[in-house]
Design a protein around this ligand. Structure first.
Ligand code: SAJ
Length: 424
């Protein structure tokens, strides 16, 4: 079939590439013309997609909305961020995409939304916009389905071709057509849901589940820090239970554009109906406390060496929110940096995955003259940090991802004041 994918980021581009590889005729659309030019030159910022792969694809890249009128299926994969300085969902990218696509939808076209939204967005935002921007009758001339994206950036095992999906349809026919399409490109379960709202709710629930579980171990980490119990060892112990336990790990914070964002979609939507998601709010509050807690550990460790944060030089290692990728959205490392600066520390940052000319160009340069290291991301590239600390005589390490939990004794024998999250 002729498929148009709207929004060619880390969700849309892999989807377009997969559908192309499976024999569909693909139109790749993005509103950023310069990005379309780069894609035509087989270049992209999306991790995991090579120039060779792009050159081998038959995707037609365009920023001309008229080209969408040829598509049998149009899939919207645009971001749904939070509105700056609030925790409210910003649906403008989705609304903009629907307004742009609606007049182009040909007779019989199916529109699928993949962006993460709160339950009710299809019914209360998308459908009214369609009615406003096309004379075609939804359910008769055009159809609507919702299939939440489930990308896990940097995951070597799970990707768009093998992750199970759930689908909701405005009508039975929309549901079936969407299931047929995803079944044609994905080798995994495609589960029909009872409505658009149910499918929207699945995504927000699965990510809120993760946020709550991370908050649980983060709270335990703060408590066990005072109790002198090693939370990582306790989680390892609990994880020997073959059922009814799912290990999550404490850390200096929860970043990314999914986990810290999606719960607010549900909190905000439900509050409109008079329901207060206290548990979701508490989980968010706990996870948002972790950067400050982690900086507190650095103050404690520096004090052991007779130093204070103000006036100390801190090498902040890792800016991205997750190991071995370069995405800094909602990254706790950025909050930690701000806190360190507020305490008048001199901060030198280094992240091999983040191109930022304000930072040190390599690990050695970052450690030179540092009084302490604050590790905020467990990049594999930091594996040799203990040796580098010795080399540069840095004797304070706060390990925000418990990356060196099995080397604490060796580090302390070498005279390093070490703090992890709930392990020391
Ligand atoms: N984190 C912890 N402790 C944990 C797990 C994660 O502190 O036990 C932190 C990470 O350091 C990171 C943040 O939480 O800062 C988010 O981590 P993540 O592994 O959930 O990474 P994401 O944001 O890439 O989450 C994606 C999500 N995928 C989609 O939303 C489509 C999420 O649903 C997946 O559960 C997650 O991948 C995954 O399973 O890895």
């Amino acid at each position: 079939m002729k498929i148009a994918v709207i929004g060619l980021g880390y969700v849309g581009l892999p989807l377009a590439m997969l559908a192309d590889a499976k024999g569909h005729e693909i139109i790749g659309f993005d509103i950023v013309g310069s990005y379309i030019e780069r894609l035509r030159a087989h270049r992209t910022h999306v991790d995991g997609i090579s120039t060779e792969q792009l050159a081998a694809s038959a995707i037609t890249f365009t920023d001309q909305p008229e080209h969408l009128s040829e598509a049998d299926i149009v899939i919207i994969c645009v971001p749904t961020p939070l509105i700056e300085k609030t925790q409210l969902p910003d649906l403008e990218p989705v609304k903009g995409a629907v307004r742009l696509v609606a007049p182009q939808l040909k007779q019989g076209a199916l529109l699928i939304l993949e962006s993460t939204v709160n339950p009710g967005v299809c019914d209360e935002v998308v459908i009214p916009l369609l009615a406003e921007h096309t004379n075609k009758q939804l359910g008769r001339d055009i159809e609507l389905a919702y299939c939440p994206e489930r990308i896990n950036p940097g995951d070597p095992t799970w990707n768009v071709s093998n992750i199970n999906r759930v689908v909701g349809g405005h009508t039975e026919q929309a549901l079936q057509r969407a299931i047929d399409f995803y079944t044609s490109i994905i080798d995994a379960q495609i589960k029909p849901m009872g409505s658009l709202k149910e499918a929207e709710a699945v995504k927000v629930v699965e990510n809120s589940f993760r946020d709550i579980n991370i908050a649980f171990v983060n709270e335990l980490a703060m408590s066990f820090h005072s109790l002198g119990i090693n939370i990582e060892n306790v989680i390892d112990g609990a994880a020997t239970k073959p059922f009814a336990f799912m290990a999550h790990r404490p850390g200096c914070g929860v970043g990314g554009h999914c986990i810290p964002v999606d719960p607010y979609y549900l909190i905000d939507y439900a509050s409109g109906f008079g329901f207060d998601h206290e548990l979701l709010r508490m989980a968010r509050a706990t996870n948002e406390k972790m950067p400050r807690f982690t900086v507190g550990l650095l103050k404690e460790a520096l004090k052991e060496k007779g130093k204070t944060l103000s006036g100390s030089t801190v090498a902040l290692l890792g800016l991205s929110y997750k190991a071995d990728i370069g995405d800094v959205r909602e990254s706790p490392a950025l909050q930690i940096k701000e806190l360190l600066l507020d305490f008048d520390a001199h901060v030198v940052t280094y992240d091999p995955y983040v191109t930022d000319d304000l930072q040190a160009e390599d690990l050695d340069k970052a450690l030179q003259g540092a009084d302490a290291v604050m590790l905020a991301t467990a990049h594999g590239a930091f594996r040799q940090l203990p040796a580098a600390l010795q080399q540069h005589g840095v004797d304070v390490l706060v390990d925000g991802r418990n990356m060196f939990r099995s080397e604490v004794e060796a580090l302390e024998r070498a005279g390093v004041a070490y703090r992890g999250i709930g392990i020391h």
